[in-house]
Design a protein around this ligand. Structure first.
Ligand code: ZN
Ligand code: ZN
Length: 360
């Protein structure tokens, strides 16, 4: 944590900015270890202070002993000038993507009244989070392992007649019992025509043989997420399934094989998109190839047609091409990968054989 804070201080001195008010829960956790979510960090050249209300005082003392504790009684607006005075600054940056407009109005009024300058910033902590440290990588890897095990469990228990919602519940139970904090996001189980919706909401539809079933799931392990999708078929798939699956898999593998450090997000996206376009399904791959994963399920870098994010070693992201055909269904194959010197290394190892034999 000390190094993270020092890196942030270097960044603040470059802008230059006297202090930064951090409010986004994942950034609070990244900088301090405090996992309570509700609070504010104020970092200046000299000081680092964590402001929380009564509910979190003990938790901060345990999780973030290097931070000066500041007790909030009521709203932050009433304390902003006080906080800045404690730290000895006249200029405070804030995370513009995380404050609501109402909070912004209240805080900027409070800062004016207190003779402070309130400066919008964006992505300062996220920039640090984009490359994972070895400790972070091992937590993501653990989340990915649990997810792989969960998929083996899914293949063992899935059967015709089970509803999408029932399978979601089995997945959640498995993740919890395996020791995960919980799910990284709401599980998607989308069967038959529902599979044509990339972010379908699981419902009471019963799974049937021969149709595509998209299962998109992830675990959260000590705060860190995994993200994984497989498309399966109970019994023998139809001709459309075989064709669409083969193209999606080819796109997934082409990207995994060719992504390199130094590439832009849009070039990585193109590695998979090219395969799908050439097969005639270009219009049916309407989302990006992937996204960064860490404390948040969707974070930088972005791998999509409009992304100029430059990929570098130590970044963790998904590779998830998909083809969606309204009325029929869809196929998505998503792996989590870490970028290393020679290219990407998959953290998701679940089988890509889509066929789950029907129970005899
Ligand atoms: Zn996913
Ligand atoms: Zn994803």
């Amino acid at each position: 944590m000390k190094e993270r804070i020092e890196s942030l201080r270097v960044r603040l001195s470059q802008i230059p900015l006297e202090a930064l008010l951090v409010s986004k829960p994942e950034n609070l956790r990244y900088l301090s270890g405090f996992s309570g979510g509700e609070g504010f960090i104020l970092i200046s050249k000299q000081a680092q202070l964590l402001a929380v209300d009564f509910r979190y005082l003990e938790q901060v003392a345990q999780q973030a002993p290097d931070f000066q504790l500041f007790r909030l009684r009521g709203d932050l607006t009433e304390h902003l000038a006080d906080l800045a005075a404690t730290v000895g600054v006249k200029q405070v940056g804030f995370e513009s993507a995380h404050l609501t407009f109402l909070q912004y109005q209240q805080l900027s009024k409070a800062s004016r009244d207190g003779g402070l300058e309130f400066v919008p910033t964006s992505g300062l902590v996220e920039e640090l989070r984009i490359v994972k440290e070895p400790g972070e990588l091992s937590l993501i890897q653990k989340a990915a392992e649990v997810t792989d095990l969960c998929f083996e469990h899914v293949r063992r228990i899935v059967s015709p007649g089970m509803t999408e919602r029932q399978l979601c519940w089995e997945i959640e139970k498995f993740m919890r019992e395996a020791g995960a904090d919980g799910l990284a996001f709401d599980t998607i189980v989308a069967s038959g025509p529902n599979a044509a919706l990339p972010h379908a909401q699981p419902g009471g539809r019963a799974l049937a043989p021969g149709e595509p079933i998209v299962v998109d799931m992830g675990a959260r392990w000590q705060g860190y997420c995994s993200d994984f999708t497989r498309t399966i078929c109970l019994g023998e798939p139809d001709e459309t399934f075989r064709k669409v699956y083969a193209v999606t898999l080819q796109a997934n593998e082409a990207a995994a094989r060719q992504i390199r450090a130094g590439m832009m997000g849009q070039a990585a996206d193109d590695l998979a998109r090219r395969v799908i376009v050439e097969a005639g399904y270009g219009e049916s791959f309407g989302h990006g190839l992937g996204h960064g994963v860490g404390l948040e399920i969707h974070e930088a870098p972005r791998l999509r047609v409009d992304s100029r994010d430059v990929l570098s070693e130590g970044m963790v992201f998904t590779i998830e091409p998909g083809i969606y055909l309204p009325g029929w269904g869809g196929v998505r194959i998503e792996d989590l990968a870490v970028l290393e010197t020679g290219g990407s290394r998959l953290l998701s190892l679940g089988t890509k054989d889509p066929v789950v034999p029907l129970p005899k």
